[in-house]
Ligand binder design. Structure first.
Ligand SMILES: [Fe+2]
Length: 392
């Protein structure tokens, strides 16, 4: 199935990424590279993506004069070491651009590698919790093609890196980390397993919900967040039921990306702050960590922004007409729990390999996250311990 490719830009969101969307959008790679004046590019991906036909043919069918090399060593939760090596690889290959293909891990690594290729040691130098990332140079231009509908890394200025020595998972954020182009190809999403589709979809929903009620939300980011929820909520169950439902994949992919436009500006909240240590300490996939924590985080926040949560409930499809804001806000949590159950998301930390003894350390590690400051309700370390305990 092929269709027209849509070109989208988002000046009203103050987002510099140009999005090309539609079935077979990945095939636009060559044209984009030509427009950028690039004749040598490095693909950054993981082993699974490297073995797919879509990647092999991208390399094999490159037009004469365009060299594409592949750095396929990105692991889930990419480490500083992986980015260091990737930067070295791209430098040695003579890459003038980086193409990240994969889920959030590969796209985040691609952004860091684009910086690392220009300035060796950049990634390691950013291991400072609570401080913004520093970039005083231009990284290589980046193209990103997501294989999951979740992270929205393709339109955000963030790169989440796990530091090997300190065992910290940090969100590096800087406007220089934005990609130039995002290629949203719904056909590429069909390569993912059901578990990955669920985790990614719940991650997207978490982005939209946390963005909507963030203290840094604006009218525009809130509009985007609600638009995202209205796309993700009905289409996630459809792609879980039928991976070949291209129309649902396309809408979900769009919804996940739109949440990225919102949270690039608004940032996130308690759920993302709490999710980081689950991945850093126990290797819980990011989306799975969010799936477990989202209802608990929402319950914690619901009464501090009843209007925001009432709007979330309505965007989820709940009929809130006869309810006041407090009642409607409570239904938002129920609607998310029902959706998570419908798509078979895990419900407890104990189901996904987290150890109870680590709760104090996890609370300690979550506190410096920049997401904490954006949460609508103030958070103490003791709140995190209580929530982790409830979610265990
Ligand atoms: Fe996320």
């Amino acid at each position: 199935m092929t269709g027209a490719i849509r070109t989208m830009t988002f000046p009203e969101d103050d987002n510099p990424v140009t999005v090309l969307a539609g079935p077979s959008a990945l095939a636009e790679t060559y044209r984009v590279l030509r427009e950028l004046g690039v004749d040598n590019a490095t693909v950054v991906c993981g082993r699974r993506v490297a073995s797919l036909d879509l990647l092999r043919s991208l390399v094999r069918e490159a037009p004469t004069g365009l060299r594409i090399s592949v750095y396929d060593l990105v692991e889930p939760d990419p480490s500083d070491t992986t980015c260091e090596r990737g930067g070295e690889f791209a430098r040695e290959a003579g890459a003038q651009a980086i193409i990240g293909i994969g889920g959030g891990s590969s796209m985040d690594a691609a952004k860091a590698i684009a910086a690392e290729a220009v300035q060796p040691g950049w990634t390691v130098a950013q291991d400072h919790p609570g401080e913004p990332a520093q970039i005083d140079f231009a990284p290589l231009p980046v193209l990103l093609a997501p294989t999951t509908a979740g992270t929205a890394s393709e339109v955000t200025p963030f790169s989440v890196i796990t530091y090997t020595k300190t065992k910290r998972k940090l969100v590096l954020g800087h406007p220089a980390l934005y990609a130039r182009y995002a290629l949203l190809d719904p056909l590429v999403l069909q390569t993912c397993s059901e578990t990955v589709r669920v985790a990614a979809g719940v991650d997207a929903l978490t982005h939209a919900i946390e963005s909507c009620v963030s203290k840094q939300a604006t009218d525009q980011t809130r509009r985007r967040a609600l638009q995202s929820i209205a796309l993700v909520a009905p289409h996630l169950p459809r792609v879980v039921d039928d991976v070949g439902d291209v129309q649902a994949q396309e809408q979900l992919q769009l919804g996940a990306m739109i949440a990225g436009l919102a949270f690039s500006k608004s940032r996130l909240g308690i759920v993302h702050a709490m999710a980081l240590p689950l991945s850093a300490l126990f290797g819980v996939p990011h989306g799975v960590a969010n799936a477990v924590l989202l209802p608990f985080g929402m319950e914690f926040n619901a009464m501090s922004d009843t209007e925001g949560f009432a709007a979330i409930a309505a965007a989820m499809g709940v009929d809130t007409a006869a309810l006041d804001d407090e009642q409607a806000a409570a239904t938002a949590v129920d609607a998310v729990r029902a959706l998570a159950t419908r798509v078979g998301a895990p419900r407890r930390m104990s189901e996904v390999g987290v150890e109870r003894e680590a709760i104090p350390r996890m609370a300690e590690d979550a506190m410096p996250s920049a997401h904490i400051a954006c949460n609508p309700r103030p958070i103490q370390k003791s709140d995190l311990i209580e929530l982790y305990t409830m979610a265990f």
